[in-house]
Design a protein around this ligand. Structure first.
Ligand SMILES: CC/C=C\C/C=C\C/C=C\C/C=C\C/C=C\C/C=C\CCC(=O)SCCNC(=O)CCNC(=O)[C@H](O)C(C)(C)COP(=O)(O)OP(=O)(O)OC[C@H]1O[C@@H](n2cnc3c(N)ncnc32)[C@H](O)[C@@H]1OP(=O)(O)O
Ligand SMILES: Cc1cc2nc3c(=O)[nH]c(=O)nc-3n(C[C@H](O)[C@H](O)[C@H](O)COP(=O)(O)OP(=O)(O)OC[C@H]3O[C@@H](n4cnc5c(N)ncnc54)[C@H](O)[C@@H]3O)c2cc1C
Length: 666
């Protein structure tokens, strides 16, 4: 086979890289061992011929596209089941390259995503040990999803309308959807893929409502896959993205399930209908905390895909002639282009790093909870909510920026940037809508503020408040630590103002809820500022720690990326810094100069840094971002796959255009 020629610009870019790309690859993967494991899996899965598409997904109809994604999803399912790779999909450090291989199999979202992402985790965390044993026996017979959201309610879970009424005579629950707004709406895979669901429903026993609880419900026959009597299920139709996720609707007509199908690890209904309350009623929401935590590292990975595409393209693309006697420069040499792209690269590193820290915090808290200690759950919930909210939104903005940075070609489906955007922007809404998540964190911040005002000590992630409430302001310094202090001072100032507004409204006679609503813009700003303080501190600290363990040349690159991230956000939030710290106009000018220096320092390594995300072409799925940089050839090759190019004249000419031309002549 003849070697594919790599684009000369990319060859040059790679030659000038000042650090060992392999070393950064290992770091990104979380160790050399993980890199080797990932590569083994990729090599195995991506060489399965049946997983390659003859026709690009986007030319298929909604139905064909779904069927193709089930076909490929099942092949992958079999691979995982056979244990060829000796490991089941896992989420080490909150990010699993095992399941990320899915991006190389299905461009959009697999209809099995919710099976692995929420159905199995809910069984693992909310079913009793006996139930787990029983259901594990059924194993792969069950393909499931997580059916919580309804047409009428997604955010307000206490408002869900599906009922599960216990009938002690038959020892069954009757699941029912009383009206159209109580239909489940959205769950991935629900429409045609799954045969089971975790259904969140209002529990009634002995005539009393006990709030929402999880139930394992079979909705289709295992053999025929026909919907069972009493079940109405279907597809909700096309969406902005997630076209192959098979999101569905589901209604119940007095549908009966055995008593033991209520997930009983936390609360129970006894045979006679007696309700046994959980230690903490928020344990029912446990799977959501888990997914929110994993979203931080998940969006880091999707952002790495987008940044790899856009940076490689920017190295290959030449445009404009600023100097008449010189060739058109690479667009990557335009500082505005670097400004658009390097923050995307740095943000991916920030979210992966903070995502790992969040994951280890999560596993520690869960371990404590297993021993009955729930003390750290509120802090974990507050942290997961604001980080999920800010990381999903920032990642969407960065992916969109990467698309803009690719000009017109970025708008092509074949660039894959539109699909990646569809995947990432969904995370802003699902698993807790952005604003709603920020408001959850705000509840915690208000409590922390009250405690701090009473001189009480605070939990670690909000402890900074004590210092800045005392000092009133932050003495600015143009150093990473100075910037982090600035973010903490901004967060403290905004929390204080939001609380004062809230308390003032209450004092003036408003209900707490109305006062909360009136102060809510300040509350979400405070929450966002808190998330930024956490992100900056944790990213910087971790990069400093890592830098002592890697080669000096890599330490320099990592430090530049972390510093760029801090400077970018300090400049973006300069207005806040002016309000809550002693920063001066001169300090801001100097920050700007340093930011521009950092862009220039990162520029020679830009391609090397995205190469170190080590995302194979089959997983990037992009005409613009492939390793060899054959951008124009690929764009043309992909265009030629358009079914419209299969014939010189389309039948619509004879049917419609020609009669129109004839009419026009008359
Ligand atoms: C072959 C294939 C191979 C490989 C497989 C491929 C891929 C699969 C693998 C992985 C996939 C990866 C990841 C993705 C997985 C799935 C994600 C995809 C789709 C998304 C699915 C969903 O969207 S599911 C639905 C999510 N829904 C929500 O998030 C709803 C949001 N609403 C709420 O959470 C609540 O209603 C609320 C928090 C807004 C309010 O709740 P409530 O009214 O009950 O509470 P209060 O406001 O009154 O608060 C009471 C106190 O409780 C605290 N609280 C609230 N929530 C929690 C919690 N979760 N934990 C702890 N504490 C909580 C709250 O803060 C209050 O405390 P106070 O002290 O202030 O009173
Ligand atoms: C791609 C995708 C996949 C999904 N997959 C699943 C799934 O598998 N299973 C599942 O159960 N669900 C799923 N969902 C549903 C998802 O979890 C909900 O859409 C999400 O939680 C938001 O709820 P909502 O749609 O009711 O929005 P709403 O709550 O109606 O939000 C609408 C607007 O109202 C605002 N708002 C609402 N409440 C408040 C408040 N208290 N204070 C201030 N503002 C408020 C919001 O900020 C938002 O701007 C999915 C959604 C998407 C988009």
């Amino acid at each position: 086979m003849s070697e594919v020629k790599v684009n000369e610009d990319l060859v040059k870019e790679r030659q000038k890289c000042s650090f060992d790309v392999e070393e950064l690859i290992h770091l990104v993967d979380g160790g050399k061992h993980n890199t080797l494991e990932r590569k083994k899996i990729e090599q195995y899965v991506l060489s399965i011929k049946e997983l390659k598409d003859e026709v690009p997904e986007e030319y298929l109809s909604h139905k064909e596209r779904y069927e193709n994604s089930v076909r490929k999803g099942c092949i992958l399912f079999m691979v995982l089941m056979k244990g060829i790779l000796e490991r089941k999909p896992s989420r080490n450090d909150g990010i699993s390259y095992n399941y990320k291989i899915i991006n190389g199999v299905i461009k959009d979202i697999t209809p099995f995503m919710l099976h692995f992402g929420m159905f199995l985790p809910t069984l693992a965390s909310q079913a009793s040990p006996e139930q787990q044993q029983e259901w594990l026996k059924k194993g792969i017979q069950m393909i499931g999803t997580y059916a919580q959201t309804e047409l009428g309610h997604g955010t307000f879970l206490r408002g869900l309308e599906t009922t599960a009424t216990y009938d002690a005579d038959t020892e069954e629950f009757v699941i029912h959807s009383p009206k159209v707004t109580s239909y489940k709406w959205w769950p991935g895979g629900l429409a045609q893929t799954v045969n089971h669901c975790i259904v969140m429903a209002q529990l009634y026993t002995k005539g009393k409502n006990h709030g929402i609880h999880p139930f394992l419900v079979q909705i289709r026959d295992i053999e025929t896959h026909m919907p069972l009597p009493g079940i109405k299920v279907g597809d909700i139709g096309p969406k902005l993205g997630f076209q192959t996720a098979n999101n569905g609707f589901l209604g119940f007509d007095n549908y009966r399930i055995p008593r033991m199908n209520m997930l009983m690890k936390n609360s129970q209904v006894l045979k006679d209908g007696t309700y046994v309350k959980a230690k903490n009623d928020k344990l029912t929401y446990g799977t959501m905390v888990f997914v929110r935590v994993t979203i931080v590292a998940d969006v880091a990975y999707e952002l790495a895909r987008a940044a790899t595409i856009a940076v490689r393209y920017a190295a290959v693309r030449h445009q404009s002639k600023p100097k008449p006697n010189e060739p058109e420069p690479q667009i990557l040499d335009y500082v505005t282009q670097q400004h658009k792209l390097f923050i995307a690269v740095a943000t991916s590193h920030a979210f992966r790093t903070v995502g790992r820290w969040l994951w280890s915090t999560y596993t520690k808290v869960i371990a404590d909870m297993r021993h009955g200690n729930m003390d750290q759950l509120p802090e974990l919930h507050a942290l997961a909510c604001c980080l999920k909210a800010v990381c999903s939104k920032d990642a969407s903005t960065c992916v969109e920026q990467c698309r803009f940075a690719c000009g017109g070609h970025g708008y092509m489906q074949s660039s894959n940037l539109p699909i990646i955007y569809g995947i990432v922007t969904a995370t802003v809404t699902y698993e807790g809508e952005h604003t709603v998540m920020l408001l959850q964190t705000a509840r915690y911040l208000v409590k922390a503020y009250k405690q701090a005002s009473e001189g009480k000590s605070l939990t670690p992630t909000v402890a900074y408040m004590t210092k800045y409430l005392k000092s009133g302001s932050h003495y600015w310094q143009n150093t990473p630590e100075g910037i982090i202090g600035g973010f903490q001072a901004v967060a403290t100032g905004k929390i204080k103002e939001a609380c004062e507004s809230l308390f003032q409204h209450v004092k003036s006679g408003k209900d707490y809820e109305d006062a909360w609503n009136l102060s809510s813009v300040r509350l979400i700003n405070a929450s966002e500022a808190h998330a930024r303080a956490v992100l900056c501190e944790m990213f910087w600290k971790e990069i400093q720690r890592i830098s002592t363990t890697v080669s000096p040349s890599l330490a320099i690159v990592l430090t530049q990326l972390a510093e760029l991230y801090l400077n970018y956000w300090a400049l973006e939030k300069r207005g806040d810094m002016l309000m809550y710290s002693t920063i001066t106009k001169e300090d801001i000018s100097s920050l700007q100069r340093r930011y521009e220096e950092l862009l220039a320092l990162i520029r020679p390594n830009a391609v090397g840094i995205v190469d170190a995300f080590d995302i194979r072409d089959e997983i990037l799925c992009s005409t613009l971002g492939a390793y060899d940089g054959r951008v124009y050839e690929r764009l043309m090759e992909e265009a030629m796959k358009s079914p419209l190019n299969k014939e010189p004249v389309n039948q619509s000419f004879h049917k419609y255009i020609k009669p129109l031309l004839i009419q026009a002549k008359l």
